[in-house]
Design a protein around this ligand. Structure first.
Ligand code: PBG
Length: 333
């Protein structure tokens, strides 16, 4: 049979550009860079580091070792850390330790900024490490979460973090109207450059379990849920509404959380608003990949890098991940 009579061959062979490593790398659409990452750290008032059992490879860091620990992070090239306090002794009904200038987190911020002024420091806006209930807000006698009363404490917390030197205040409590009151308060108190990162679409997720162990709110929270303020995992349009409000109220960046199970939300938010968008690969996502890798079921490095590319593809500008230190090392080699 002559060539002329043969059925027409495909003009396009997609495999052509996959045949050599150099071609695959040249046509690759997304890259993961060290400047995409933020590393979350847990600070403890204890004397020695406390390994977090549900998150193998992570520990709560005591203030006495913070400088040394953060030094390692800076040396790895990581540009932003997110601080969370495990403040066991500071809990009360009115959560007043949240804005104590001598509180654990306020001291941690000052200590880090003294030694590493160029490292970005982001701090959490929420009352759950400080309430007796483990809830992110103040509660009434019936256990209802009080929105507007919580905002008053949240503003004091934000101002105390700004005063201590935090660069980015990131309210994760999902109270209504928080961005607006915080922005106004920061402007009038002389902190016009404080960046506000809204946990805009934060879902009531089962993937926060290990984090609640890490900060010590799990026991206090017990079986109660955060469903009256965090979002219903069944909803997607609502996330766009949340983001729109936070941006109108003065947020500089918005966050989607958790990460991998909510890639569709990340994609919709990024394509709709085109603002700096952050994704949080949360504690449960970390725990899953770690457990599977330790069991020999997954190649940890390959699996983690694949999740990061998924976040970049979906539109993430910043990825908060407990793997950041490992990733930094992998990116160097
Ligand atoms: C609390 C807070 C949570 C996380 C960040 N800030 C947990 C929660 O809402 O109960 C979760 C982070 C993670 O799971 O890694 N305001």
């Amino acid at each position: 049979m002559t060539i002329i009579n043969r059925a027409p061959f495909p003009l396009t062979r997609m495999r052509r550009l996959r045949n050599h490593a150099f071609l695959r790398e040249l046509v690759q659409e997304h890259q993961v860079l060290i400047t995409d990452l933020a590393y979350p750290m847990f600070i403890t008032e204890a004397k020695a580091p406390e390994p977090i059992v549900t998150m193998p490879g992570t520990s709560r860091i005591p203030l006495s070792q913070l400088k040394e620990e953060v030094g390692k992070i800076v040396d790895l090239g990581i540009r932003l850390i997110a601080l969370f306090p495990a403040a066991q002794s500071e809990k009360s009904k009115d959560a007043k330790a949240a804005y104590d200038p001598e509180g654990l987190i306020q001291r941690a911020i000052r200590l880090i900024k003294q030694s590493y002024p160029d490292l970005g420091v982001m701090t959490d806006g929420a009352l759950d490490p400080y309430t007796l209930t483990g809830q992110d807000g103040l509660t009434d006698e019936k256990g209802r979460i009080l929105n507007d009363e919580t905002l008053e404490v949240l503003v004091l917390q934000g101002l105390s973090h700004a005063k201590a030197g935090s660069d980015i205040f990131a309210p994760s409590d999902m109270m209504d109207g928080r961005m607006g009151v915080l922005r106004k308060a920061l402007e009038s108190a002389g902190y016009p450059d404080m960046v506000l990162l809204a946990y805009a679409a934060k879902y009531a997720s089962s993937f926060y379990g290990p984090f609640r162990d890490a900060v010590g709110s799990a026991l206090h929270l017990g079986k109660s849920s955060k469903a009256t303020y965090q979002m219903n995992p069944a909803n997607s349009d609502e996330a766009l509404h949340e983001v729109a409000l936070d941006l109108q109220e003065g947020a500089d960046m918005v966050m989607i959380k958790p990460g991998l199970p909510y890639l569709d939300i990340l994609f919709r938010v990024k394509t709709t608003f085109q603002v700096p968008t952050v994704v949080y690969q949360v504690s449960g996502e970390y725990a899953m990949i770690k457990a599977a890798s330790l069991a020999g079921a997954l190649d940890e490095r390959a699996a983690v890098m694949e999740t990061l590319l998924a976040f970049k593809r979906a539109g993430a500008d910043i990825i908060i991940t407990y793997f950041a230190k490992e990733i930094a090392q992998w990116l160097k080699h």
